[in-house]
Write a protein that binds this ligand. Sequence first.
Ligand SMILES: Cc1cc2nc3c(=O)[nH]c(=O)nc-3n(C[C@H](O)[C@H](O)[C@H](O)COP(=O)(O)OP(=O)(O)OC[C@H]3O[C@@H](n4cnc5c(N)ncnc54)[C@H](O)[C@@H]3O)c2cc1C
Length: 374
Amino acid sequence: MSLRIGIAGGSVGGLFAAVLLARQGHDVTVMERARHGLARRGAGLVVQEQVLRILRQVGLEALAEQGVWAEERIALDRAGRIVSREARRQMQMSWDSLYDGFRRLLPAPQYLTGATVRTAAANADAARVTLDDGRTLAFDLLIGADGQASITRDAVNAAAPSHPAYAGYVAWRGLIPEREMPAAAAQVLFDRMAFHLGPGSHALGYLVPGADGQTAPGERRYNWVWYRPLGAEVLRELLGQARHAGALSLGPGELPQALRDTLVADAQAKLPPPFAAAVAAEAQPFVQPIYDYESARMVNGRMVLLGDAAFIARPHTAMGVAKAAGDAMTLASMLARLPLDEALAAYEQARLPQGRAVVDYGRRLGHSLAMPGA
Ligand SMILES: Cc1cc2nc3c(=O)[nH]c(=O)nc-3n(C[C@H](O)[C@H](O)[C@H](O)COP(=O)(O)OP(=O)(O)OC[C@H]3O[C@@H](n4cnc5c(N)ncnc54)[C@H](O)[C@@H]3O)c2cc1C
């Protein structure tokens, strides 16, 4: 039976589900808030098994071969000396190539941009959303793939709504065209995963593909991440600067200049010189607060949660995309084999324990890095 399926959120989680379900003959509509889609906004990701599986399912496996390799892992001390070294090859594929690849598989009219879901509701037979332009759309099934600050999760967990719990630290992040990296820093940091662990501080960095998926030397970008504690009150004030009300993070350009200057000064004082130089080279750092979130339910009537809307795992796990892929493949496979209500129950039964396990793994990794909130 062909269903009318609405998907709130058109990032990779929503797109994974949209493409798989459209191929099964369902009438799929993705509603994405971003006015111009999400192209050129991502960085890199590790190709986990589930990402490879979904790429194979849709014939995009060649994308998994295109990425930027790190040849080894090094740890730096505060002075910038290499204190440990391990040969370990790891590839970062382009998030943008993944997004673009799946987006191209979906006919344009099925992907609405500038479509913010304001309200979502479902009962045992149908689901309904209102968009911020006033339109109401009705579906047989609504998939909430609206990420960390999901509004659909409250509708699915209406009996006991819960919210992401701030872990007490943030990831300050930067993404710099490799040509803009100071030469001395590039010499130490490029072509490897580099780490520095200090008191209440964990920095890491690696090369990722360019904004259009380029992997050639000279066209890549350097991605650095600096985990540091930040008080909940300070964070609340900071998030007041975000473009979207209720946002859980700050994107490039949203951080006040004075705070960027403080970050650069702190990096000089606390990080090995190559990392401090990388922080200083980023004109528009962004802030990703670290949250834990476990949805008590993934299904309520004709509404289901998928990806970060259902479970937020700390980024140390590097499993956000893989988890969304696992959710989408399981949902599609259950819907292909079972009557709708049974399929949704089977989906929840399969994916709740997986989501909980990944969130728990993230907490343990945070704890092992001596970060707060573990
Ligand atoms: C622009 C972008 C770039 C990213 N880059 C990377 C990366 O380089 N590497 C990596 O590992 N992970 C990246 N991620 C995160 C990664 O995609 C997620 O951690 C994971 O894949 C789960 O995906 P998701 O689709 O569930 O959630 P998300 O990727 O967070 O997507 C949620 C989507 O829902 C949309 N949305 C939110 N609220 C509404 C609403 N009310 N109505 C309509 N739409 C709404 C958002 O605009 C967003 O597109 C990125 C996410 C985004 C949005």
